[in-house]
Design a protein around this ligand. Structure first.
Ligand code: BYC
Length: 317
């Protein structure tokens, strides 16, 4: 079929909300854009385990430790679904992971901030997973089938994560003066970086226009950010805490919360690799990859042995 007709069929599917599947024809730029976004999403899940991992050995009780381990394990699983979805687009996992280690591929800016107290684990669950859900609910309707299907399961697990985070903060917010202060301090530090998770303002977003046309993205960065702010500004009242933004105010006319200026210079600085923990995060991932080489080699050797065994069994039959 001529490319023109293939493209027409592709666009027609997008228009009719029919999912694009791995073996379908797709424009090169669509494939590239998806590889970029899905692999970055996978890296975020994997790197995102590091700030939380910092607290597994120091969780305040056995129950808290078990919950945190389960949450980090979910994130490893999310990373794996997403690496697999990336592979369906014709790229190898090694290539994708090399791009993370070499600094070519990004991961969410939020994971370049340190987790200084136990309350940070609550703030990550409530704010970071909360922001992730708002973004990912939209991605359940993304046009690429494997990505959309992975998102459905991921969103279910993320809602549990968000609730566990909120519960950690709720307990602290009802505790001693010291615990209350710890809770407020965590919110003060995580609020602005969590707003940056949605990406640059729409006017500065490179990919949004095309991604919206192809229905990879179904809502813009600014729309999702506003949705998140409206949700959190209400939920924070239950905690009896405040958000560190004096300009945060309900606007009756807009039916949304107004909010103060985001420090975009800080965002770009972190994205470019100069955040508080960028170096540490990549070093930890590279070390884990190198030290895990023997596991990958053993898995390949085992798979080959099994293949050989079933081949000889077939020949003997
Ligand atoms: N951080 O054109 P734009 C989780 C980059 S993990 C770093 O608007 P796009 C969790 C962007 O990549 C869930 N970079 O981009 C895990 C682009 O640069 P490139 C994480 C950012 O793609 C463990 C440039 O800026 N969620 O929940 O249309 C523990 C221009 O941006 C960021 C996802 O990954 C950022 N925040 O829109 C706890 C969601 N923002 O690639 C929790 C999937 C932008 O041209 N991703 N950049 O070099 C998306 O939905 C979209 O990629 C974004 C950005 C909305 C993030």
């Amino acid at each position: 079929m001529p490319v023109h007709d293939l493209e027409k069929t592709f666009l027609d599917k997008i228009e009719r909300e029919v999912k694009i599947e791995p073996r379908d024809w797709m424009p090169d730029a669509y494939r590239k854009n998806l590889i970029r976004q899905i692999s970055q999403h996978a890296h975020s899940e994997i790197v995102g385990m590091l700030p939380e991992g910092n607290w597994i050995t120091r969780a305040p009780s056995l129950k808290r430790k078990a919950i945190l381990i389960a949450k980090a394990q979910d994130e490893a699983g999310h990373g794996l679904y997403l690496y697999s979805a990336t592979e369906t687009l014709g790229t190898s996992r090694e290539e994708t992971i090399n791009d993370l280690h070499s600094g070519k591929a990004k991961y969410s800016s939020i994971f370049n901030y340190p987790t200084l107290s136990w309350a940070d684990i609550g703030a990550i669950g409530w704010l970071v997973d909360g922001a992730a859900i708002i973004n990912q609910v939209m991605l359940c309707r993304t046009s690429y089938g494997p990505y959309a299907r992975a998102m459905v399961r991921i969103c279910r697990e993320e809602s549990f994560h968000q609730r566990q985070g909120f519960e950690i903060l709720l307990v602290l917010s009802r505790g001693s003066a010291e615990q209350k202060a710890m809770c407020q301090d965590a919110l003060n530090r995580w609020w602005w970086p969590s707003l940056m998770m949605f990406g640059p303002r729409d006017s500065d977003s490179t990919h949004s226009d095309q991604s919206m046309k192809w229905k990879i993205k179904r809502m813009s960065n600014d729309e999702l950010r506003q949705k998140f702010i409206d949700m959190i500004a209400e939920q924070v009242k239950v905690l009896g805490m405040t958000l560190p933004d004096p300009d945060l105010k309900w606007n009756e006319e807009r039916k949304h919360y107004d909010f103060g200026a985001i420090d975009w210079a800080e965002f770009w600085n972190v994205v470019k690799g100069n955040g508080p923990c960028n170096k540490q995060r990549i070093e930890a991932r590279t070390k884990a990859w190198d030290e895990g080489a023997w596991v990958r080699e053993a898995a390949v050797a085992y798979a080959e042995k099994r293949k050989e065994k079933s081949k000889s069994a077939l020949e003997a039959a």
